[in-house]
Design a binder for this molecule. Structure first.
Ligand code: COA
Length: 295
């Protein structure tokens, strides 16, 4: 057993991380206040000053709906202002981080396509800004495939940890789309020009091993080591002085925020065109075909 949950009055109230059967860390599960009750697409968990956001749509491999985009932006806004939160970690339920944008919902129930695209543009910009403007430490714990917007937002986090079965993929050109989530700025900076072209334009997977070699992720562990190696490390961050962490992060981000904002604006303008292209419609139809051919 890797960790044990201790219960009182049938509520889980702490997590003991075990290593060689020795308790190495005891984390109190903390009750979330009612402002966090409204979230339906994301599972929220609080361990002392750590807020864990779990992408929770296992039936569709944790794909992200428009509703999930809105919830993400709201929860990051709340956590940024919440004095009881020092660190936020994003992860996925099950063995997938996220399969990216929910392709099955993209076209259903839309009566006015232009209005839908304008709404989507605002929602996407809010989501992306909520990541790069987040004032505290934001960690991605990538527990499996991390696709599309999952990878681009992970690149906006301060640290990425991943499991050895994880991979990163942005199949944008396969879908007739273009780089999003500021990836036209972040990927060349983080991965170098050639690799970012392979990933962003040529649909090539970045394996966990490659991601570690290129310093895209800070550590790679086996899935069963998340509880003994990664979560305790993240709990340690919550115990550092918050004011100092936030001041340091603000200094580090200052030079990039303008570039991120202009990348976001340019990408969103191009995406509006791409969403209207035959290339995108054909790709969506192919995804639907792939589903119906399985029936
Ligand atoms: N949007 C909507 N539904 C999705 C989805 C997505 N992004 N990704 C997976 N699903 C659904 C599948 O359609 C399938 O539904 P079904 O059981 O009703 O047929 C279910 O999730 C399981 O997916 P499946 O492909 O059978 O699982 P897998 O383990 O073989 O592969 C993935 C998992 C994530 C690699 C694969 O589903 C995939 O490539 N998804 C699309 C990723 C993508 O292109 N995202 C957009 C990025 S911009």
């Amino acid at each position: 057993m890797i960790y044990a949950k201790c219960r009182s009055n049938s509520k889980i109230n702490c997590v003991h991380f075990l290593h060689d059967n020795k308790i190495i860390n005891v984390t109190k599960m903390t009750q979330l206040d009612k402002r966090y009750n409204e979230f339906k697409e994301l599972l929220l968990e609080k361990r002392e000053k750590l807020l864990i956001i779990k992408i929770n749509n296992p039936r569709k491999k944790n794909s992200l709906t428009i509703k999930a985009y809105i919830e993400f932006a709201k929860v990051l806004q709340l956590a940024g202002e919440d004095e009881s939160v020092a660190v936020v970690a994003v992860t996925g339920t099950g063995d997938v981080y996220t399969s990216g944008n929910d392709l099955s919902l993209s076209m259903s129930g839309i009566t006015d396509f232009d209005e839908f695209l304008l709404d989507t543009d605002v929602i996407l910009k809010n989501l992306i800004r909520s990541f790069y403007e987040f004032p505290k430490i934001l960690v991605a714990v990538v527990n499996g495939p991390c696709i599309g917007i999952g990878m681009t937002t992970a690149a906006l986090c301060d640290i990425i940890y991943c499991t050895d079965n994880a991979y990163f993929l942005t199949p944008f050109t396969k879908l007739g789309l273009c780089p999003e989530g500021c990836s036209s700025h972040t990927f060349p900076r983080l991965l170098g020009k050639a690799k970012s072209i392979e990933v962003l334009l040529l649909n090539q997977k970045l394996t966990a091993t490659e991601a570690l070699r290129l310093n895209f992720v800070a550590d790679v562990v086996k899935p069963q080591e998340l509880d003994t190696k990664i979560w305790p490390k993240i709990m340690d961050i919550t115990r550092l002085p918050l004011g100092s962490l936030m001041a340091g992060k603000a200094l580090l981000m200052k030079a990039h925020n303008k570039d991120l904002e202009s990348a976001l604006i340019e990408e969103c303008a191009e995406l509006q065109k791409r969403f209207r292209s035959d290339e995108f419609f054909n790709a969506l139809a192919a995804f639907g075909q792939r589903k119906s051919s399985k029936l």
